[in-house]
Design a protein around this ligand. Structure first.
Ligand code: PHE
Length: 440
């Protein structure tokens, strides 16, 4: 009957693929503009704190369920929780569809910028953004990006996803560090570093800053929609999960941090900080090209490389989003990988068209799927593993080399994570409501 379940070639392959899922537009684009808006270092410190306190425990819970059940999300939740928990798997699949649909539109912009940058960034970067971010062009680049994503996923776990991550992730890291070093050689970057790295601690207690930092920790680690669960379902049970989770979470943080070391000095060196204000999806796509245009010839190369890096990060994240829905169709409908990939990528591509045609719609999808659904999904998962699941300890401990972290994990997952996520969820509901009413 069904072919045996695919497997990663190596543990390093799994880790890099998971890092590839985590590292994406969230680290370079979303992180930088949120940090710029919410008090620089105060936001960074909070984001790091939430990554440790809620990100890591939920990540460990997700990969434990995936590896334990060796099934895609809907089946995995049924395996451990009975039919009554299947809906959560369905929510994960729905989130995968919706996030990928608009994520691919933004990724399409980055591809476009990378190519256009080579021949020189437009000095009227606001006008250029308005031109390429919505309409037929945006839709075409979105379709191109979806096709690229589908090619990787159709290649399978080893041949497609693992191989791509093994090459692209180290390359992306080297590229970002190179860009950060280059930015350090520019004049007038002092205020940029200062804004990014020195804290006005009062902002740490601002509710809005907290809500945003917690939501970002979640989005950036690809949590709350089964991406990490799905990747872990291709693991053998004799491999540990704890140091893997720590590596994944810390790489994700380091990449976001280094991206900040590229973005902040550049923006401040050219006096563009005022342009980043206002939480618009386009802020960074307008400010950075402006800075690159001011830099002359060097700006073309540096700028094109920066957007190539963004596109690479987006690709490995999009792959993990598509894999959630593809693996669900393979497990649930018995379809072949190729058929699942073609049909579901086409469906997602269609779903993304409205976001490519209307920026407000894109913003709404980001708020509902990228924030609300993820936080709710993560909350439910923490409640499931913390309170409902039978003996989660034995599931997470398989292959473990130490148990010292176990009591802390249980305690965080049962008490701390749910409380924080309920508060974040409330904040997120308010934000969604405001967005809806604002548009109505
Ligand atoms: N973590 C990805 C990023 O930072 C986005 C993502 C969210 C990917 C949820 C998969 C699932 O860009």
């Amino acid at each position: 009957m069904a072919a045996p379940r695919e497997k990663w070639n190596s543990q390093a392959g799994f880790i890099l693929a998971a890092v590839g899922s985590a590292v994406g537009l969230g680290n370079m684009w979303r992180f930088s503009y949120l940090a710029a808006e919410h008090g620089g270092a105060a936001f960074v410190v909070l984001y790091l704190g939430f990554t440790l306190v809620i990100g890591l425990p939920v990540l460990l819970a997700e990969v434990a369920i995936g590896r334990g059940a060796r099934r895609s999300p809907i089946r995995a939740l049924e395996h451990f929780g009975g039919r009554g928990w299947r809906w959560l798997g369905w929510l994960f699949v729905a989130s995968g569809f919706l996030i990928l649909a608009y994520y691919s539109v933004i990724a399409g912009w980055t591809l476009r910028y990378a190519l256009d940058g080579l021949t020189g960034f437009a000095t009227d970067s606001g006008g250029f953004f308005a031109e390429v971010s919505t309409g037929g062009d945006a839709a075409l680049w979105h379709l191109g990006f979806m096709a690229l994503t589908a090619c990787v996923v159709a290649g399978g776990i080893r041949g497609g996803i693992e191989r791509t991550a093994l090459v692209l992730m180290p390359a992306l890291f080297v590229l970002l560090v190179g860009l950060a070093i280059y930015a350090a050689t520019l004049d007038g970057t002092g205020p940029g570093y200062r804004h990014y790295l020195s804290t006005d601690f009062s902002a740490i207690f601002d509710r809005e800053v907290m809500v945003q930092a917690a939501g970002q920790a979640f989005f950036s680690l690809s949590l709350g929609m089964g991406a990490m669960l799905t990747f872990a379902s291709y693991l053998d049970r004799d491999h540990g999960l704890q140091s893997e989770s720590v590596i994944i979470a810390s790489s994700d943080f380091v990449v976001a941090f280094v991206a900040g070391l590229v973005v902040f000095p550049l923006i401040f060196a050219f006096g563009l900080q005022a342009e980043v204000g206002g939480s618009t999806v386009g802020a960074l796509f307008i400010t950075l090209p402006h800075a690159f245009a001011e830099m002359g010839a060097a700006g073309n190369v540096v700028g094109a490389l920066f957007f190539v890096g963004l596109a690479v990060g987006a690709l490995t994240s999009a792959v993990s989003l598509l894999e959630v829905v593809v693996s669900s169709a393979i497990d649930g409908l018995g379809w072949s990988r190729r058929r699942s990939t073609v049909c579901l990528a086409a469906l997602t591509a269609a779903l993304g068209i409205p976001a490519a045609l209307d920026l407000e719609w894109l913003g709404l999808m980001d708020q509902v799927a990228g924030n609300l659904f993820l936080v709710f999904g993560g909350l439910m998962l923490a409640i499931f593993v913390g309170w409902r699941m039978n003996d989660p300890t034995s599931v997470v401990l398989e292959g473990a080399t130490s148990t010292a972290w176990l009591p802390a994990w249980r305690w965080l997952l049962r008490f701390v994570v749910p409380v924080i996520l309920v508060l974040v969820l409330a904040g997120s509901l308010v934000a969604t409501w405001e967005l809806l009413v604002g548009e109505g």
